[in-house]
Unconditional design. Structure first.
Length: 197
């Protein structure tokens, strides 16, 4: 994975650190806050599955397909959740942002907006991405609204695309942003964060 290397990103009290097994206890606690693994439309690990979740992410990193981050509260080092670059395609300078989830206490705060600002800025301004994408379950309306608030455009729906944890088959809503759209999206994200502050 020579194009996307592990990196630590930090701003506004939020730090993204490459996910490792040292984050396991914190990740388990974050998942337990709100019993998030019971949501059928997300990929949040059950507390007993966090070790395997991290090992899978590390295997995907080794293969060059995913770079997972622990999302931390900078001041305390407390794990708030996780997010990733994934479906990394260097040949077309494209990656996606996903596998994102947060402890219930971090939801509807500045944490997700800040994390996305960090990831998008690094993708477009450091890695030189031409396109950044997102995907979500067709029934995950909160996720769709959050992606749209970032300034991403809806590309369409892939029907019968993937299995949910309960064995049902989901349709996947796809979004993307091109490099030329990033300056306006960045300005909007900064405006939203400054308004919250």
């Amino acid at each position: 994975m020579s194009w996307v290397q592990p990196v630590t990103l930090s701003e506004r009290g939020v730090t993204l650190e490459p996910l490792s097994l040292t984050h396991e206890a914190g990740l388990r606690a974050a998942a337990a806050d709100g019993a998030l693994w019971n949501l059928r439309i997300t990929s949040v690990p059950a507390p007993a599955e966090t070790w395997a979740y991290i090992e899978t992410a590390l295997s995907m990193r080794e293969a060059g397909h995913r770079l997972a981050f622990a999302v931390l509260e900078t001041a305390t080092g407390r794990v708030l959740g996780s997010t990733s670059y994934h479906d990394i395609v260097p040949a077309v300078q494209r990656l996606e942002i996903g596998y994102t989830w947060y402890a219930q206490q971090a939801q509807r705060t500045h944490v997700n907006t800040t994390a996305k600002l960090l990831l998008m800025r690094h993708a477009f301004e450091t890695l030189g991405c031409a396109v950044v994408g997102w995907r979500t379950d067709n029934f995950n309306f909160a996720s769709q609204r959050a992606i749209e608030r970032l300034g991403a455009q809806k590309d369409g729906v892939i029907r019968g695309h993937a299995l949910r944890r309960d064995g049902t088959i989901r349709d996947t809503v796809m979004y993307s942003m091109r490099a030329g759209e990033w300056p306006e999206a960045r300005a909007q994200l900064l405006y939203l964060l400054d308004r919250r502050a």
